[in-house]
Write a protein that binds this ligand. Structure first.
Ligand code: PLP
Length: 469
């Protein structure tokens, strides 16, 4: 019987840590060799591992060996150079090391006092991003890191509900999102207690952007019926096609009816680090809340989403906890210094909070804004190039002109031919692409975004696409 737990002492941790970092480095060096998609069926991974937990601790080397034996064959390799599915989920060296150190510190950022540096670095890095991305000055001091866009959108909805009168008025409230909005909008509204029957799906233009005239029409209709329009969810960079909703017009409509307007730029938000792409930010000065995911395209591994409000009052009203056992010396600390402190537990749903700002700080300091711009620019340029190849091939047609680094297209012979092309690419092991449906037609999506993709990988993808056309 073990009398005391077998903790790794610092020296053993150092040794094992070197082994683990070596393992990750070896993995990254071999990224191009793995089939992009996991080649396993349901249950295969579990079947290769014991049903019960070990009674006694095992050797770390055996654990690492199982990574190679069981875990790697069961993984879809999101960092692989041939990964073009969905939207990217970037990782990078500095991000991984920031994550490692965050875990090593075991820090906790529920309140300022539970980790002053956790809170203040988060505030600082999010203020850096306001300037770096050309976001509205009102967002300064008003940002928080959440685990994902879905959480940020839920927080926006709860703040909007508070501003419109609180949960007691929910029975009259209506919300408006585009037909192309990510399902996290509908999910957040449902979690907030709004029945689906009071969520209006607003029609889009031929390039899949939300129509401001339809929004105004639906809001007026609901107001005339005695309902309370409280939330408009707009998107910069929709999941299907990276369509950009006309935020200035939507914000104008929303503000005329006192509805909260929230902008989801989960993928596209990173792009405005490039001044030439900052037109994407049009209208943000007029919105109530905004989010984007560094864990998509800003070289910061999952999870790291950034959520801003123009005015924090309603967010805090909706989410602040009054639990007495948590009250502490924050007020005293505030009284002592000039700086404002915040307790981030009151800014989102979770109480316990990891030190996520650390990896974002590592990433920004490692790459610099110029490095981040270079990362975005090459993907945007390659998407343009791929779109030109597609447009010039009579067997394919572009579904939309690429906005950033996503290329949407289909085979001119219809869905069956498009599916044949997609299956050929995905069964090759060299690349993976995903699809969407636009006007009932199967549409292929190539989302260029892995930090490991080089131009020759794109040429290889094009060869694969043409081979099955
Ligand atoms: N919003 C948009 C536009 C997305 O594309 C996605 C995911 O791809 C999300 C929200 C959901 O993001 P998360 O996984 O961070 O909740």
């Amino acid at each position: 019987m073990a009398e005391r737990p077998d903790h790794m002492d610092p020296e053993e941790f150092r040794r094992r840590g070197h082994q683990a970092v070596d393992w990750v480095a070896d993995y990254l060096a071999r990224l191009d060799d793995f089939p992009v998609m996991a080649g396993v069926g349901p249950g295969d991974v579990r079947d290769r591992l014991p049903d019960a937990a070990p009674e006694y601790g095992e050797d770390f080397t055996d654990v690492l060996a199982d990574l190679d034996r069981v875990i790697l064959p069961g993984l879809t390799h999101w960092q692989a150079p041939g990964m073009y599915g969905y939207f990217p989920a970037n990782s990078s060296g500095p991000s991984v090391l920031g994550e490692l150190i965050s875990a090593g510190l075991g820090a906790h950022g529920a309140m300022w006092t539970t980790g002053p540096a956790v809170t203040e670095l988060e505030q600082l890095v999010l203020d850096w991003l306001v300037a770096a991305l050309g976001l509205p000055p009102a967002f300064r001091g008003n940002g928080v890191i959440t685990d994902g866009a879905s959480s940020g959108t839920l927080c926006a909805i709860l703040a909007a509900r508070d501003r419109a009168g609180g949960a007691d008025d929910l029975g009259r409230m209506t919300a408006y999102v585009s037909e192309q909005a990510h399902y996290s909008m509908a999910k957040g509204l449902r979690v907030a207690g709004l029945p689906d029957s009071r969520v209006r799906r607003i029609a889009t233009t031929p390039d899949y952007a939300m129509r401001a005239d339809h929004l105004a029409y639906e809001i007026v209709k609901d107001r005339n019926d005695g309902l309370l329009p409280f939330f408009v969810g707009a998107t910069i960079g929709t999941t299907s096609t990276t369509a950009v909703d006309p935020v200035p017009e939507l914000a104008w409509v929303a503000s005329n009816f006192d509805a909260w307007i929230h902008v989801d730029a989960a993928f596209a938000g990173t792009a405005s680090v490039c001044p030439e792409l900052r037109h994407l930010n049009a209208g943000l000065d007029e919105v109530d809340s905004y989010l984007f995911n560094p864990h998509k395209w800003m070289l910061t591994n999952l999870d790291c989403s950034v959520f801003y409000v123009a005015d924090r009052r309603h967010l805090l009203n909706a989410l602040a906890t009054e639990a007495e056992y948590l009250s502490d010396g924050t007020a005293a600390a505030l009284a002592e210094g000039d700086h404002e402190t915040v307790d981030y537990r009151d800014w989102s749903v979770a109480l316990g909070r990891r030190f996520r700002a650390l990896k974002l700080w590592f990433v920004i300091r490692h790459y610099g804004l110029e490095g981040l711009r270079a990362h975005v620019r090459r993907h945007v340029a390659w998407a343009k190039e791929l779109a030109e190849w597609v447009a010039a091939d009579h067997r394919f047609e572009l579904a939309v002109t690429p906005v950033l680094s996503l290329v949407c297209f289909r085979h001119v012979d219809g869905d069956e031919a498009s599916r044949r092309v997609m299956d050929h690419v995905n069964n090759s092991g060299r690349a993976f692409i995903s699809h969407t449906t636009l006007e009932d037609r199967l549409t292929l999506r190539v989302a260029i975004g892995s930090p490991h993709t080089e131009h020759h990988h794109l040429q290889e993808l094009w060869t694969l696409l043409r081979a099955a056309a």
